[in-house]
Design a protein around this ligand. Structure first.
Ligand SMILES: Nc1ncnc2c1ncn2[C@@H]1O[C@H](COP(=O)(O)OP(=O)(O)O)[C@@H](O)[C@H]1O
Ligand SMILES: [Mg+2]
Length: 243
């Protein structure tokens, strides 16, 4: 694993009317990291995430990806640089099958001859070999999320941004999602926004804690969950199990 800086924000923030949703965040992400962003509701996690992906344009500061300023670019321009995004609402093709969705995701990224084998591999990774011909609208919530993770996996972005990939999942589904994200991290740098602490404990390496539009703390899962300021602002009396 290299330690090159992949993405960096400098005093980046955004206000909506008078609301400073994200204040002035300095954030550094290195190649190969699996970084988790946590924090209470309304802390600015999703807004920060959307500034990285181009869905929200910062009103101050900037964001650099591989030393190129990307703040102000549109989402598709950012995607073209090799950044894959999974938002809180899955973006899958409802009328297509699992297999067809994977095909769509990979068609302009891989050589045609390489597609079938890549699709077989990802179907196995996401555990949906038996359901490969099922139409997306027939799938359960967790299965749809995995199709979207599979679409990211197959297109091999350099950086993967995931907003609450385990939201609404059962315990079993959460475990599988954690494994999938670790698999994605084998080939991509990953940023995950999540508030399910059990899930975070399964995947976390470095954690950044947001509170009131700013970074409250940063460190290993253990460091941040034992940080008194984090406990006060976010965790309260939540009992944290250390893996
Ligand atoms: N488009 C918007 N317009 C106005 N306020 C917004 C908008 N998006 C987010 N906010 C506000 O910004 C703050 C941070 O929201 P958000 O980033 O969704 O927090 P989190 O994801 O940590 O729960 C909240 O106060 C929210 O109401
Ligand atoms: Mg959010």
């Amino acid at each position: 694993m290299t330690t090159n800086v992949l993405l960096e924000t400098r005093k980046m923030g955004v206000s909506f009317g008078g609301v400073h949703a994200v204040k002035e965040v300095d954030f550094t992400l290195r190649e190969g990291e699996l970084r988790c962003l946590i924090g209470p509701n309304g802390a600015g996690k999703s807004t920060f995430f959307k500034m990285l992906s181009g869905q929200v344009t910062p009103t101050r500061g900037e964001c650099c990806y591989r030393e190129q300023v990307i703040s102000g670019k549109r989402p598709w321009e950012i995607a073209r640089l090799g950044i894959g995004i999974k938002t809180q609402v899955p973006s899958v093709f409802e009328g297509l099958s699992v297999r067809e969705n994977l095909w769509q995701a990979a068609a302009n990224k891989l050589a045609k001859a390489a597609l079938p084998a890549a699709i077989e591999q990802v179907l196995e990774d996401i555990g949906l070999v038996d359901l490969q011909h099922a139409v997306l609208s027939e799938l359960a919530h967790g299965q749809r999320q995995w199709v979207e993770l599979g679409m990211i996996l197959i297109s091999k972005p350099q950086l993967v941004l995931l907003d609450e990939p385990a939201a609404g999942m059962t315990h079993q589904e959460v475990r599988k999602t954690a494994q999938l994200i670790k698999a994605i991290n084998q080939q991509s740098t990953v940023v995950v926004v999540e508030h399910d602490m059990e899930f975070i404990s399964m995947i976390a390496q470095q954690v950044t804690v947001f509170n009131q539009g700013a970074v409250l703390a940063e460190g290993s899962f253990r460091e941040v969950t034992q940080n008194p300021r984090v406990k006060e602002a976010y965790l309260g009396n939540l009992e944290i199990k250390h893996a």
